[in-house]
Write a protein that binds this ligand. Structure first.
Ligand code: GLY
Ligand code: MN
Ligand code: MN
Length: 430
């Protein structure tokens, strides 16, 4: 999509947000809403701050993930006012703000003070943001019922948001291809990370989450957080879960690559890929997301039997006895948007059989979700099963062979449309 089209969609996006926010403010009896962008806290006992990524509602309107100490005022029937912190500072640079059409939909002021701007407001004011920054600000701070309805304004993505998410997928896929090539060329986790960052042209601190890059057994730690700087003597598998931010919007993509000669593991990756594609096809309006999660367990059970990991237990028993959960312990996915785990996914708590599921809603057009089945060899979950009463049903030799490959996850980002879904990741060549 050419930039002019995207930029014109952004103006529509701001209009849509104005309508959605007006409705929420009126319903809750507020005359104005002040949104804090946030600011990076200092590390304890240190003079260094954490890397900053702004507060969701501020990004929802502005996309400016790196803009600290800034404020946005929303009022029904009035143009939003944006105060951007731009100090005269010879230690730090100010964020570059190229002239763009959305600036005409917002009144922008630059200021040198970090505190909330002086405002001559009448009526009832709500203020939302990090409580640490609101102490000296008037109005009602973070009213829970208001926040819940504001979160709801993020559930159905506007065409602008979907275009940004699509672009975030395209950029991330460049990184995933480079990461795969780096692994197959013998690269370490660190070198895979560098290849990903180079191809996406994004430093890791600005990514929506810390990339998960696991070679061999490390692929079996769901949020593996270190990078070995040396490749192992024998590289058998790579799992990389990494995204990018584009104008504030996140991608969240996982790919698993077997090394040459890993026939058994490679067959499992193919099996999980087929399952993942079937699950993506389930995404459509009216579908209960929990049903997609449960369908995943059916697929994992079938895979366990087909791969000869277990024998003598039918698929239903594998699910009932919690065996599929040992191989696939997390949820099938979540909402995606300004945050990687976007808000408002759980009107109802997760069901008892899916305690880590972050999304329990019925799908509607405009929602964007991830579909991310996994199949892992996690010692702390697997070993009690192997030594337990059903232990003889497991093929220990097959499991021992697979352990060294850690695990598999395949994750795409999918938009619910009027009559089905669009898979942004596969459309981006993933
Ligand atoms: N990257 C974290 C997740 O997939 O939810
Ligand atoms: Mn995810
Ligand atoms: Mn992910």
């Amino acid at each position: 999509m050419p930039d002019t089209e995207l930029l014109s969609l952004q103006r529509d996006h701001i209009q849509i947000l104005q309508q959605r926010y007006e409705q929420v403010l009126v319903a809750h009896g507020y005359d104005s809403l002040l949104v804090s962008a946030g600011a990076a806290p200092m590390r304890y006992g240190d003079d260094q701050s954490w890397h900053f990524q702004g507060y969701g509602p501020f990004l929802h309107w502005t996309g400016l993930a790196g803009q600290e100490h800034s404020w946005l005022l929303i009022r029904p029937g009035q143009v939003p006012i944006l105060w951007l912190y731009q100090p005269v500072d010879f230690w730090h640079a100010n964020l570059d703000l190229p002239e763009e059409p959305w600036h005409q939909a917002v009144e922008i002021h630059f200021r040198e003070q970090q505190c909330a701007p002086p405002m001559a407001l009448t009526g009832k004011l709500a203020v939302i943001g990090d409580p640490a920054l609101l102490a000296k600000v008037g109005g009602e701070h973070n009213p829970a019922d208001l926040l819940a309805d504001l979160d709801e304004t993020r559930v159905h993505k506007t065409p602008y948001e979907i275009a940004c998410l699509a672009r975030a997928n395209e950029i991330a896929m460049l990184g995933h291809k480079a990461a795969r090539d780096a692994f197959l060329a013998g690269g370490s986790e660190f070198e895979v990370s560098l290849a990903y960052q180079r191809a996406t042209r994004q430093r890791e601190a600005e990514a929506p989450y810390h990339s998960i890059i696991g070679v061999n057994e490390h692929a079996g730690t769901l949020h593996y957080q270190y990078y070995d700087t040396e490749a192992p003597a024998r590289s058998r598998s790579l799992l990389i879960d990494a995204g990018v931010r584009f104008r504030g919007y996140c991608s969240d993509i996982t790919r698993t690559t077997p090394a040459a000669g890993e026939g058994r593991f490679s067959a499992l990756v193919q099996g999980l890929e087929q399952l993942q594609r079937r699950l993506c096809k389930m995404v459509a309006p009216g579908v209960d997301y929990v049903a997609i999660h449960r369908k995943t367990h059916e697929g994992i059970a079938a895979l366990l039997n087909a791969a000869g990991v277990v024998s003598g237990l039918d698929d239903a028993t594998l699910i009932e006895r919690g065996i599929t959960r040992a191989f696939f312990p997390h949820g099938i996915g979540h909402f995606l948007g300004i945050l990687v785990h976007d808000v408002a996914g759980k009107r109802q708590p997760s069901p008892a059989d899916a305690p880590f599921l972050r999304l329990t809603r019925t799908l509607e057009p405009g929602m964007v979700v991830t579909i991310e089945p996994g199949f892992y060899l996690i010692p702390s979950l697997l070993d009690p099963l192997l030594s337990g009463p059903l232990g003889d049903h497991f093929n220990h030799a097959v499991i021992d062979e697979l352990r060294g490959c850690g695990g598999i996850r395949i994750e795409d980002n999918v938009v619910v449309t009027g009559d089905g879904a669009t898979n942004l990741t596969r459309e981006a060549g993933g």
